[in-house]
Design a binder for this molecule. Structure first.
Ligand code: PLP
Length: 418
């Protein structure tokens, strides 16, 4: 459920007609609904009521500091994958004691920053990383609290690019090798083991892979206990899917119930790292139709947003619903909706049947709140779009549109060319 709704023929975000925003700030722009963000966060988090848990929002899915602040106020922690994300999370007011740090390629300077910030834990993804982390912690006279991210070898049946928990993926340490790795970590002076973590993929539409991997984590926890290693945190990652088109993802309550059923111990705190399920349907990309054109049998709608603004269709072939901001009583046409970028992969939809519209009309690319702006780039030297949040009757710009000056910031012409 979200708050992007038609009133008569006009698409609103909460109580604001989207056209009014477009008239004031130009297109394209990302638009988020405050009420939707709050509803989604609370629906997810409260589904785990009854067991000790911490919801660490996955910063990589949407890292705007206003959105992070909103979740901080709702009690969220953060799941980060870089020093930059730590910086954002801390700036936004997320308590470092609620931050977990994942990722296969943490640099020493990033580890140092996280250790100095006293984050909750590092999800260690390799033997070598463990050694480096121990060394960095020793240098700082600190103890790094860790979990080992295990790879439970579960097929999440999602797009291969966003599947992360199978043997052939680069993530985590194989679950068979995990006990040895834990024993090794246990002997290191500046490492304290507190958890086990995993994250098996994104946009999962079934609870079974989550339950299967949790079962494997619990077996591992038992083995570790026998080895004298006690586990306080079980981090089961993120990955719950959302509805883009006709998917039927489990409701967070269904997901939580399935998880809760497996957890009989009360000596652990569950960590969740949701991203997409919270922000995905809380944001849209608003763009304007520039031109219509026909090429042979094909019809193209050329809009003013491009793959640099939203890359998911080009990168994963993802489906996004596309809606006119003002509905017209026109016949359906079959079109490719494409951007201005000089790449044939620059499209938002192919062979899509939508109601015919005219140049100048606004359209909404739905479900763009996760992996939208965060994956944007300046390709073709296009300033990145602005981000706006609506709360009730008001809207607020939470990231300004970039300028041409922003495009060349940091660049310089060396002396030999002057
Ligand atoms: C990307 C990621 C998440 C969030 O995944 P969603 O599918 O957006 O919920 C959580 N944890 C880790 C380690 C990730 O890499």
């Amino acid at each position: 459920m979200h708050y992007f709704i038609y009133k008569d023929a006009e698409l609103y975000c909460e109580d604001v007609p989207i056209k009014e925003i477009a008239d004031q700030i130009r297109t394209p722009f990302y638009l988020y609904s405050h009420a939707t963000l709050v509803r989604h966060f609370n629906a997810f988090d409260s589904a785990f009521d009854g067991i000790k848990h911490l919801t660490c929002f996955s910063v990589k899915s949407n890292s705007n500091i206003a959105i992070l602040r909103l979740f901080a106020r709702l009690g969220a922690g953060a799941d980060i994958v870089s020093g930059g994300e730590l910086y954002r999370a801390v700036k936004a007011g997320i308590d470092p004691a609620k931050i977990v740090y994942s990722g296969v390629g943490k640099r020493e300077d990033e580890m140092e920053y996280a250790l100095k910030s006293d984050i909750l834990m590092f999800n260690v993804e390799s033997h070598q990383e463990l050694l480096v982390l121990n060394k960095v912690a020793e240098r700082l006279n600190k103890t790094a609290k860790i979990s080992i991210r295990v790879n439970p070898d579960i097929d999440p049946k999602t797009h291969p690019y966003i599947s992360t928990g199978m043997k052939e993926n680069k993530f985590g340490i194989s679950i068979e090798d995990a006990v040895e790795e834990y024993k090794f970590a246990h002997r290191l002076n500046n490492i304290e083991i507190i958890g086990i973590s995993c994250h098996i993929g994104s946009q999962l539409l079934d609870v079974k892979p989550f339950v299967d991997s949790l079962k494997r984590l619990l077996i591992l926890k038992g083995k570790l206990k026998e080895a004298g290693i006690s586990i306080r945190y079980l981090d089961i990652g993120g990955g719950l899917g959302i509805k883009y088109s006709d998917e039927q993802p489990p409701h967070p309550i269904e997901y939580a119930e399935a998880i809760k059923k497996e957890i009989k111990e009360n000596d652990i705190t569950l960590i969740l790292e949701p991203g997409r399920v919270i922000v995905g349907n809380a944001g849209i990309l608003v763009t304007r139709l520039l031109y219509k054109k026909e090429q042979g049998q094909k019809k193209f709608f050329i809009v003013d947003a491009g793959m640099n603004d939203l890359i998911r269709p080009s990168l994963y072939g993802s489906y996004h619903e596309i809606c006119p901001i003002r509905k017209r009583n026109t016949p359906l046409v079959e079109v490719d909706i494409v951007g201005p970028i000089c790449e044939s992969g620059d499209f938002f939809a192919r062979k899509r049947k939508i109601q015919d519209i005219e140049a100048g009309d606004l359209i909404a690319i739905m479900s763009a709140g996760a992996y939208g702006f965060v994956m944007s780039s300046n390709y073709n030297s296009r300033p990145r779009p602005c981000e706006v949040i609506v709360k009730g009757k008001e809207f607020f710009v939470i990231r300004e549109r970039e300028t041409y000056e922003d495009l060349i910031r940091g660049e310089s012409i060396p002396a030999f060319l002057i």
